[in-house]
Structures are given as structure tokens and as C-alpha cells.
Design a protein around this ligand. Structure first.
Ligand SMILES: Cc1cc2nc3c(=O)[nH]c(=O)nc-3n(C[C@H](O)[C@H](O)[C@H](O)COP(=O)(O)OP(=O)(O)OC[C@H]3O[C@@H](n4cnc5c(N)ncnc54)[C@H](O)[C@@H]3O)c2cc1C
Length: 431
């Protein structure tokens, strides 16, 4: 389906997939036995596999689709190292020390990722670009200003207030009433990052098998038997790294993950002068609305990559494209004449407490529930999970502590989501 506003070469797949060819995964035959079996080949699964294979454990990673097909090659490439609940909310739940540990660990994950990409020399357009968070109302602007003065002890960050009068230096939009800049936040090309990890995982000796779906997990006397569409495999250790795509094969995790569709579009390339005027820097952008939008320029600076949660039940990004484009035009009405070249979507893994979780359930390791901040959290927690599996103390992680709860009657289908998204949309409009 094409629209008057889509380009001639319009594609309903991620912009990133057009930019970089996927790496080969090599030998694709499923062994009958392995030391460590990882289900899911995104950032979580690969980071975990890298560690276990490097430590000499025979490691097999399987994915129901092409390696990296999930969120890890279709995200917006914005890296924050922040978790969704704020310090005050976390303090009420876990006390000051618990809140501090969680916020600090997420921030450490951001530093860790930057160091990892540099050390491993992964070519993925990693950039410490900073983030501009726009206030969608004067009240929200006052809240942003207050947040710079009320930072918890030991967790202070350099945050710079930008008034509406000065914001043209950040963004050419009258939609916002000023905003806040956090210079620590970063960006990358998610597929290039994933390809770099895939190469490292293969080099470490991991086997990565695409189009191999786990269909049944059974416990055995010495580990697990996992049935797949390509035969059965026995594993001493099992790692569940399926995040927003967690299915019925791991029902305990499925009951704890709320898959929420996130939709993106890319504009066709603009001339650089125009793109520079729109967003003079290369920052990543978000705003204060509860129903989030996020956007940035592509690494070559010419396209706008715009994402948001525009549809609740629709999972066809082409059908949701007009609504997503309307959101973009609310912020940038001057882009009415710019054609859309790509649209796509993926399922973000949310949790009921809006925190990521990792641990061991029925003998199987898992890390998931990054609530849309998975580039650094999935990478970091995949790495910590690998360390835990190897019995190393460095694998200790604050996100292992909070209990991973579900809700009664929830089986993995978010039937209440529609009502809650509409509630938050209404609140955004009222505020
Ligand atoms: C549109 C969009 C934009 C986003 N933007 C950002 C962003 O800007 N910044 C950020 O930090 N995060 C963002 N995210 C979230 C981020 O991409 C994810 O949190 C992260 O990639 C999760 O990585 P993962 O390895 O845990 O899961 P995934 O990369 O989703 O991998 C899970 C894999 O498990 C496989 N799988 C599932 N079930 C089975 C089975 N039974 N057998 C075999 N394989 C199976 C799936 O095929 C999938 O490939 C975004 C997500 C989306 C969808």
C-alpha cells in the first residue's frame, strides 16, 4: 500500500536494513547437545553468548527469524541509560539505598556500553550526541526546570535548561515550550552495532542459528531439552533472551512481559541545509508526554527518523503510518512536502513495575523488560547474565533484586493496554 506522501522506493521495513547488509551467521546446523543454549539473538542473547563462549562453554544461540530480527535491528538508536520510574518513586518502593542502586546501575550501563564499543572497535556510528527533551506544556517546562534543582544526592547530572526563546539552536519547532539538554546521552546505528556483536560472538566460538524456533522447553536430569522446528537440542544451561517477543514456550516470562508496539518512519533524504535547520545538532530527541515520541537525524544527517506509540492493536506499520506522520507534522509542520521512505514497527518489552529484570526461574536464566531503553540495558544485562552463568561475582546486578511480578489474569496478551494508552493520551492533552 502506498500513500501520496510515500516515496517511489517506499519500504515497510527498517531504514537500517537498507543501509547495512546483514552479517552471515556461518554454520547453521543445530547440534544435538550444547553447554549453553540461548533463545533470542538480539543484544541480550549475543552479549551473554559472547561471555560464555569466550569462557570455553559450547554456546548455541537460536532465533526464530534471521539473527537480530527483533528489536535489536529495528530500534531508534537512542541511548539514555535511564530507567522509567524516577528516584522518588523507586525510593517509596525500595528505600533510598535500593533506588540509588537501580538508578546508578542503569547509568553505569551507559558508560559501560560506550567503553565496550570503543574497546571492541565496533563500527556503528556511536556518538555522544546529547538529548533534548522538549516540554509539551508550560507546566511541564516548569517541572523540567525543577528537576535540575532536585537531583538526588550522588546522582547529580549536568542538565541544561533551554528556554522557548533559545530553543531554535536545538530544534526548529514551535511545538515545545522549551526543554532540557542532557549531554551524556548517545546514539548509534542499531543494525551496525548488532552486526559488530554478531561478528564478535561468532569469533568467540558461539554458534548462531537463524530460523530456528524453540517450540517446547522440558527440564531433564542434567539440564534442558528444547524442541525446535529443526530438531531437539539438549543444553546444560538455558538462557531466555526473547524480551518483547517472549512467547508461550516460556510461559512464566510471558506472563511478566507486556509487548507494546513501537512504530517508526524515516523521511527520504533532505538536503543538508534543510536538515541542519530542522535540528542543528545531531542530538536525540524526546518529549515530556506519557505516550512517547522520539526522533533524531540519521547518522548521515539527511533523514528524520521519527518514532512513537501511535497504534494500540494494529501491528501493520503501513496502516499506522498516517497517524505517525500526523504526530511528526504536529512537531514539524514544515515537513508536509517531505516524502516518507520507510516505516516499520517492533514490540518493546514492558513490565508491570516498568523496570528491567534478570534472574533464574526453574533453572533457566533470563534478562528482559527494558521498557524501551534496551540498547544499553539489554547489552549490559546480557553481559551480567553471562557472568552470572559463569558463577562470577561481577555478574551481580541491581536488576536481579526486585521481584518480577505479573498480574492475576494476565497471560501475555495486553488487553488493558488500549484503555491505558487512551487514558495517558488524554492526560497528555490536558497537561
Ligand atoms: C521501534 C522500536 C524503537 C526502539 N527504540 C529504542 C531506542 O531508541 N533506544 C533503546 O534503548 N531501545 C529502543 N528500543 C528497544 C530495544 O531495541 C530493545 O529493548 C532491545 O533491542 C532488546 O534486545 P533483546 O536482545 O532483549 O531482544 P530482541 O532484539 O527483540 O530479540 C529477541 C529475539 O528473540 C527471538 N525469539 C522470540 N521467541 C523465540 C523462540 N521461541 N525461539 C527462537 N527465537 C525467539 C525473536 O525472533 C527476536 O529476534 C526500541 C524498540 C523498538 C521496537
Amino acid at each position: 500500500m502506498n500513500y501520496p506522501f510515500t516515496s517511489e522506493d517506499f519500504k515497510s521495513e527498517p531504514y537500517w536494513w537498507d543501509r547495512t547488509e546483514r552479517s552471515e551467521t556461518g554454520d547453521n546446523s543445530l547440534p544435538t547437545r550444547t553447554d549453553v543454549l540461548v533463545i533470542g539473538s538480539g543484544y541480550t542473547g549475543l552479549h551473554c553468548a559472547l561471555l560464555t563462549a569466550s569462557a570455553g562453554r559450547q554456546t548455541t544461540v537460536i532465533d526464530a527469524e534471521a539473527a537480530g530480527w527483533g528489536c535489536s535491528t529495528r530500534n531508534g538508536g537512542q541511548i539514555s541509560g535511564e530507567i522509567k520510574p524516577g528516584y522518588d518513586e523507586l525510593s517509596r518502593r525500595y528505600g533510598n539505598a535500593g533506588a540509588y542502586a537501580l538508578v546508578k546501575e542503569a547509568r553505569n550501563a551507559l558508560d559501560w556500553l560506550g567503553e565496550y564499543v570503543a574497546e571492541q572497535d565496533i563500527d556503528c556510528d556511536y556518538r555522544q550526541c546529547g538529548r533534548f527533551t522538549g516540554a509539551h506544556s508550560p507546566r511541564q517546562f516548569r517541572k523540567l526546570v525543577a528537576s535540575t534543582r532536585q537531583q538526588p544526592p550522588g546522582l547529580e547530572q549536568d542538565l541544561r535548561v533551554v528556554t522557548a526563546r533559545d530553543q531554535a539552536g536545538e530544534i526548529d519547532s514551535e511545538y515545545y515550550y522549551g526543554g532540557l539538554v542532557n549531554d551524556r546521552h548517545c546514539s548509534l546505528d542499531p543494525l551496525k552495532y548488532h552486526s559488530g556483536l554478531l561478528k564478535l560472538a561468532l569469533k568467540s566460538g558461539s554458534q548462531v542459528i537463524s530460523y530456528c524456533e524453540a517450540t517446547r522447553v522440558e527440564k531433564t536430569s542434567d539440564g534442558f531439552k528444547v524442541s525446535t522446528n529443526r530438531g531437539a537440542i539438549h543444553a546444560r544451561d538455558l538462557v531466555v533472551a526473547t524480551n518483547g517477543y517472549t512467547g508461550s514456550v516460556t510461559p512464566w516470562q510471558r506472563r511478566r512481559i507486556i509487548p507494546i508496539g513501537s512504530y517508526m518512519l524515516a523521511t527520504e533524504p533532505m538536503d543538508l541545509l534543510r536538515a541542519n535547520q530542522l535540528m542543528p545538532g545531531q542530538r536525540v530527541f524526546g518529549d515530556t508526554r506519557k505516550v512517547v515520541v522520539y526522533f533524531r537525524r540519521s547518522p548521515d544527517g539527511r533523514s528524520l527518523l521519527f518514532g512513537g506509540r501511535v497504534s494500540v492493536f494494529e501491528s501493520d506499520p503501513v496502516k499506522s503510518l498516517p497517524a505517525l506522520r500526523r504526530e511528526m507534522l504536529r512537531i514539524f509542520p514544515q515537513l508536509e512536502d517531505v516524502k516518507i521512505s520507510h516505516t516499520w514497527m517492533g514490540f518493546v518489552g514492558y513490565t508491570f513495575d516498568r523496570l528491567p529484570h534478570m534472574g533464574k526461574q526453574d533453572g533457566a536464566y533470563y534478562a528482559m523488560g527494558y521498557c524501551g531503553s534496551g540498547i544499553c540495558l539489554a547489552s549490559y544485562m546480557g553481559n551480567r547474565l553471562g557472568l552470572q552463568l559463569l558463577g562470577k561475582a561481577e555478574g551481580n546486578c541491581a536488576f536481579s533484586d526486585p521481584a518480577f511480578h505479573t498480574r492475576s489474569l494476565y497471560s501475555g496478551k495486553p488487553w488493558l493496554l488500549g484503555a491505558s494508552v487512551r487514558y495517558f493520551q488524554l492526560r497528555d492533552r490536558l497537561s
